[in-house]
Design a protein. Structure first.
Length: 52
């Protein structure tokens, strides 16, 4: 069985605009805040599904 985690949507605000403060200067790679969002998204999914 294959599961997919939506790691895309959490990077958008309520207006459906990409968060601007989640990237380093190159506007491509995530900064600490961006990685925190990404990590929390994956961690929450895994906890929800009972994955260790």
């Amino acid at each position: 069985m294959c599961k997919f985690i939506d790691t895309f949507s959490p990077f958008f605000d309520e207006k459906n605009e990409l968060l601007k403060d989640i990237f380093v200067a190159d506007n491509l790679h995530l900064n600490t805040k961006g990685y925190r969002i990404w990590t929390n998204t994956i961690t929450h999914f895994m906890a929800e599904k009972g994955v260790k």
